[in-house]
Design a binder for this molecule. Sequence first.
Ligand code: AMP
Ligand code: MG
Length: 376
Amino acid sequence: MSVHRKQQVARAVVLLLIVAALAHILFQHLHEHPSTPPEKTWSVMGTLASVRVPEHAREQLPDIQALVAARFSAVNEHTSVYLPESDISRLNASTSPIPLAPLTETLLKRSARMTRRTDGLFDPTLLPLIQLWGFSGGSTPTAVPPPEAIAAAQRRMGHDHIIVDNGSAWRNHPDVTYDSGGIAKGFAVDLAYDAITHHYPQTSVLINLGGEIRVHGQATPDRPWRIGVQHPFEPGQTVGILSLESGQAVATSGHYERFFVLDGIRYAHIIDPTTGYPATGTAGVTVLCQNATEADVLSTAAFVGGIEKATALLSRFPDAHILIIPDAKPLQIYLSDKMRSRFAPAPPFRNSLHPFPNATVSTPYMKKDARTHTPQ
Ligand code: AMP
Ligand code: MG
């Protein structure tokens, strides 16, 4: 082999070694920083749960997820209407006092308070209506129930018939039952949030349970956690982005989540307690609050009440920010004053933004109205 040829081979070998070294460094880097985001997802309470942390906190993710999952499971175990041994199922099956786990007592007390403060737009005693329409257990109905059956189900409502006192709860009416479905997810997120901020105060986290979200810290040192607001008419698209401050929560209620269409009318899974029919007029509601329980309840309440009653809700819940998309095309986005500073619309919707109109005066939620009846 000539000297020249030897030099060529030597150069090729050196080049190969350099390439191999670079490949090794790249492999090591990818191994230590895989391209998947630091997020864990699992199923619970009939929906998907997830926790996300910033890249630098990746190693803490398994412990954080375990803590969050334990809190979600505890709420499910004690409050699910689908588990016969839960506190709520036992409450619904008897009129005697049922001893409650502390978390169930807290949930029931907060729930009663939210029903009063939303003038009954949020009413967790509408379980007979949910069942009659066929929305229970994640199923979707196929027909509209007869009006007399709807009226009969409405007569089985009334949150005043659920009494909570000193670690126990009972029903003073045998037909009234409690449904945790409109509050339990938000409540579980708050419980998990409290545990995380107690055990990992320095770690940023995004906790998500079926779209009920609460954040701690920031996504990166210079960027807040951001949440896309779903386009109610175009699955997979967003109408804009919400930026969250540490501690804030977001909940969304949408007519696209669970519904059936009959004769051109869309019937969604959120029921108006005053009519007994699925609420109409709203396609999507997103609420930002200082905690997830309030956000969860208010998104359902504002979905039922629509823009005018949502405006009245804002006077009761001054910290709440509300975004409403009416069920009409072309898509329009109504933003409460505070929501405007948090929401960045996607470019096609920059000219579709509107302020909330003036509030209409709401009538107080009556204890003894047409829907509650005295025990026989
Ligand atoms: P969300 O999707 O968070 O708005 O919660 C909807 C769930 O809450 C439904 O699946 C029902 O279990 C329950 N729900 C429906 N309508 C109401 C209402 N007006 N008040 C309280 N809970 C409701
Ligand atoms: Mg809700």
